[in-house]
Ligand binder design. Structure first.
Ligand SMILES: Cc1cc2nc3c(=O)[nH]c(=O)nc-3n(C[C@H](O)[C@H](O)[C@H](O)COP(=O)(O)O)c2cc1C
Length: 141
C-alpha cells in the first residue's frame, strides 16, 4: 500500500531561484534514498512570500517521518493546510523523486490542489463495511 500526503504552506519570505534549487537538491537526494516520489509547486505574486503545495508518496512511515519530522518543521515555510493524508492504491508520480514547477500565480496553486485532491480521492483504497474499516471474513467450519 502506498501512503500519500498533500499539504499547502506559505513561504516565510520570497523564494529565490537559489532557494528553490537548494530545497529541490536536498529533496531529490533524500527522496531517492527513501523511495519517496512526488511533486512540488510554488507561486508568488510580486514580492510576496509565496505559496507551496506538495504531494509526497511512498511507504507509510517514511512519508509520515518526512512530513512531520522534516518538512513541516522546516523554518522556510509554515503550514496552511493538509487537504489529504492517507493510504492510496498507487503512486501518482512514480518516476519523480520530486517533480517541480514554478506556477505563474497563486491561483494556479489552488487549481493544482484541486487537481491533486481529485486524483487522491480517485485512488483511495475502497473500504468495505459500515465502520469504515476493511471487513474481516470469518470462514464457517
Ligand atoms: C517546501 C519544501 C519542500 C521540501 N520537500 C522535501 C522533500 O520532498 N524531501 C526531503 O527530504 N526534504 C524536503 N524538504 C527539506 C526538508 O524540510 C529538510 O530540510 C530536509 O529533509 C533536511 O533535513 P535534515 O537537515 O534535518 O536532515 C523540503 C523543504 C521545503 C521548504
Amino acid at each position: 500500500m502506498v501512503y500519500a500526503a498533500l499539504y499547502v504552506s506559505r513561504a516565510v519570505r520570497p523564494m529565490t531561484e537559489a532557494d528553490l534549487a537548494d530545497i529541490l537538491f536536498t529533496a531529490r537526494r533524500q527522496n531517492a534514498e527513501r523511495g519517496i516520489t512526488g511533486r512540488l509547486v510554488y507561486a508568488a505574486r510580486g514580492r510576496e512570500p509565496g505559496t507551496f503545495a506538495q504531494w509526497i508518496e511512498g511507504d507509510d512511515w517514511r512519508v509520515r517521518e518526512l512530513l512531520y519530522g522534516g518538512i513541516l518543521r522546516d523554518g522556510r515555510h509554515a503550514l496552511v493546510g493538509l487537504p489529504f493524508e492517507g493510504p492510496t492504491t498507487r503512486r501518482v508520480f512514480p518516476s519523480w523523486t520530486m517533480g517541480f514547477e514554478q506556477l505563474p500565480h497563486p491561483e494556479a496553486v489552488s487549481e493544482e490542489i484541486e487537481r491533486l485532491l481529485a486524483l487522491a480521492h480517485g485512488i483511495r483504497p475502497v473500504r468495505k463495511g459500515r465502520s469504515g474499516s476493511p471487513r474481516v471474513r470469518i470462514d464457517a467450519r
